[in-house]
Design a protein around this ligand. Structure first.
Ligand code: ADP
Ligand code: MG
Length: 683
């Protein structure tokens, strides 16, 4: 087994580390560096080379250089503001060391007269003399100086000199942890150990060498551990036994007669997956993933009715009230009359709320629609058997894990997400769930036509809008995310609203994040009812809502959005049979990257393809808008550069799952990546 004492060094608080005083500790903590591990994952971005001693006559002015000199003479002027000077020489020439803000006593101490001293700093040249002002390193012990010194991104008050010392101290004590990977895996990295890899990571000569074994091993550790944690959660959830749901799809068959379309193959497949899970004695924890408009709702509603047939209740949650209401209305329309269907929102009158809550706690023949707030409230269900959660992609693993516990052991769980995700990332992001994919769009769907326009040509866009209004169509006008700040967002939307109001006095409304929820709902409802034609908004509108009459979406400053986001935004139109159009407005002087993005959006309506391209173009940064969620970015691994490592890790995880192998040996790997805590509080 591992020696826990060795491991504990890594989680040690920094106040226990030599060289870390109170002041330094505060600065480090401010940078979110609390433990030895936090230090290790911060990489140097460059280094100063002080490893060579130069002769004074060969010094390069303006460069960082190291010299070995004899101290000849001091000059400590009694006048304020004049620097102290120390005159030194080697056998090739003379140099002056200039000190601002240093005391005489200190200088005498670090540069003792007649001694040979090593000095390192930036060289200047003034009045025919070499100078070195406030040298960064001065010592009679040249081993302290004659090496390469890493440069880290530090905050004010902390010097690289001090930081390097701390890192050196830490690296000296890095424990040798017992290997957790098999030989088979390790041979991919030339058998390099974890410790060795970390040491190399901080060796200046290796800066930027992400293709080397030490780096790839650590990147693999990171990817593998994220997948492992998800897989462990999945295995644990699968062990939960529930009562099987028994049904003959009696109602389900009635529903399909109440809609005027056939399910696509992917919808059918997903429904079969879900029904099979419902019938099993293991709890379902499944993700239904499909692009915007791929028809997830109907699949969820059909599976839900099977649950009701089997004598259980269903709780169906959406991110906004308006979306919950849409699902509710649809259920009312297509469900058989004997099924009880309720809607619980912030607007539900208290009296009705009481009645509904009472019905939910006493009967099991019902389904309730509402927002995510449904499970925060203490609602009592008589016999809850199924939770459906729509548009959930912003939940992280931890939040999902909590969800799976909701409703008790007999409760199956279906999450739905319209955010397609690149193949490489699926396991790391959604490895805790079983996944059903809908990649195919309903047959009658016309692909959205995408245009791009330079900002100067806004009059063309206005003409187009006028035409659409004459045809009785509605328009989304999405304003840019100029900065992360909501305030700026809002200003730009308000300005656009004022501008459009002059052209279309009775047809424009404004929606932004600062409005309270009830106002927002009202504006959206009035848009649905076609009380006005143009909705100017920031990105606040949820993607899931069906506005059957809206067929044009205009996105301003479109280069500020990522590909996936643009695709999501344009998905607000073209969900019915109408031809949808998207106009991307750009500032002129497009970057190459922006041009590529327009081209891709014009070429394809396939969200999965777009997510792959997004990953390629933008890097991992914020491909999916995951920044706000609990989803962690990788520190070393890069899904594009290290695609092979993701594949390798996925294979290994599948091997563990299929052969039911013990994962005890990975305990410390999980701790290294701060993920063990999720597992501990499972079930
Ligand atoms: P999403 O997957 O984005 O949640 P929805 O479930 O809201 O998509 O479906 C979008 C629209 O497509 C709805 O108006 C729905 O009635 C319709 N729809 C769903 N499935 C089909 C199908 N197989 N054929 C035709 N239209 C469909
Ligand atoms: Mg939806």
């Amino acid at each position: 087994m591992f020696n826990i004492n060795n491991f504990n060094y890594l989680t040690k608080e920094l106040s226990d580390i030599r060289g870390v005083g109170k002041k330094t500790l505060n600065i480090l903590n401010k940078k979110k560096i609390f433990s030895v591990l936090d230090l290790l994952w911060r990489l140097p971005y460059s280094f100063d080379d002080r490893s060579k001693v130069n002769k004074i006559k060969d010094l390069h002015i303006g460069k960082l250089q190291t010299i070995k000199v004899k101290v000849l003479k001091y000059n400590f002027p009694r006048k304020r503001n004049l620097p102290n000077k120390v005159f030194c020489s080697d056998d090739s020439g003379n140099i002056e060391c200039i000190f601002f803000n240093s005391y005489e006593g200190y200088i005498r101490k670090i540069l003792p007269l007649n001694n040979i001293t090593t000095i390192s700093g930036k060289i200047s040249y003034y009045k025919n003399t070499y100078q070195i002002t406030n040298p960064s390193f001065v010592s009679t012990d040249d081993t302290l100086i004659l090496k390469k010194h890493n440069k880290y991104n530090l905050s004010e008050g902390l010097s690289n000199k001090v930081y390097n010392k701390i890192i050196e101290e830490v690296l000296k004590n890095i424990p040798n942890l017992e290997e957790w990977h098999s030989n088979n895996i390790l041979k991919n990295f030339n058998n390099i150990s974890w410790r060795e890899s970390v040491l190399k990571l901080h060796d200046p000569v290796n800066i930027g060498k992400s293709e080397r074994d030490f780096y790839r091993r650590l990147a693999y550790d990171e990817v593998f551990s994220s997948m492992l944690i998800s897989s462990e959660i999945r295995r644990k959830i699968k062990k939960i036994k529930k009562e099987k749901k028994i049904f003959n799809q009696k109602y389900e068959k009635q529903i399909i007669n109440n809609v005027n379309f056939d399910l696509t193959n992917d919808q059918n497949k997903a429904l079969i997956d879900i029904n099979d899970d419902l019938k099993k004695k293991e709890k379902m924890f499944r993700l239904l993933q499909g692009d915007v408009g791929s028809g997830k709702t109907i699949v969820a509603l059909m599976s839900a009715i099977n649950v009701i047939e089997s004598g259980y209740q269903v709780c169906f949650m959406a991110p906004t009230e308006i979306l919950a209401r849409q699902h509710y209305t649809l259920a009312k329309k297509i469900y058989p009359k004997d099924i009880k269907i309720y809607l619980l929102t912030g607007n539900t009158a208290l009296k009705d709320k009481k009645i509904i809550l009472n019905l939910l706690s006493e009967n099991n023949d019902n389904i309730v629609f509402g927002t995510h707030a449904l499970f925060q409230k203490k609602i009592k269900f008589k016999k809850l058997g199924y939770i459906v959660i729509d548009e959930q992609h912003k939940f992280g693993v931890k939040q999902r894990k909590k969800l799976s516990d909701k409703g008790g052991k007999n409760c199956d769980i279906l999450l739905m997400s319209a955010t397609p995700i690149p193949r490489t990332l699926i396991m790391s992001v959604y490895g805790d769930m079983d996944i059903s994919l809908i990649t195919e769009k309903p047959k009658n769907r016309l692909p959205i036509i995408t245009y791009s326009k330079a900002e100067e040509k806004i009059s063309d866009v206005i003409k187009f809008v006028q035409k659409q209004i004459k045809l009785n169509n509605q328009i989304f006008w999405v304003c840019p995310l100029i900065e992360e700040s909501k305030k700026v967002d809002q200003t730009s939307a308000v300005e656009k609203y004022d501008f459009l109001k002059k052209i279309f006095p009775n047809d424009v409304q404004l929606l932004h994040g600062k409005l309270d929820d009830i106002k927002k709902e009202n504006i959206l409802n009035n848009f649905l009812k076609q009380k006005y034609k143009i909705l100017v908004s920031t990105t606040v509108i949820e993607v899931g809502i069906d506005f059957p009459n809206a067929n044009l979406v205009i996105i301003e400053n479109a280069n500020k959005f990522g590909l996936s986001q643009l695709h999501q935004l344009r998905g607000r139109v073209g969900r019915g049979n109408k031809q949808g159009t998207c106009i991307l407005i750009f500032k002129s002087n497009l970057s190459e990257n922006a041009k590529k993005r327009i081209k891709i959006l014009k070429q394809t309506n396939d969200g999965f393809k777009i997510s792959e391209e997004d990953l390629n173009l933008r890097g991992f940064g914020d491909v999916l808008g995951f920044k706000q969620s609990g989803f962690k970015n990788f520190r070393l691994a890069d899904p594009i550069i290290n695609r092979d490592l993701f594949i390798l890790a996925e294979k290994e995880i599948k091997n563990i799952e299929q052969n039911n192998l013990s994962t005890a040996k990975y305990e410390y790997l999980l701790k290294l990546y701060d993920q063990a805590d999720i597992l501990n509080d499972i079930i």
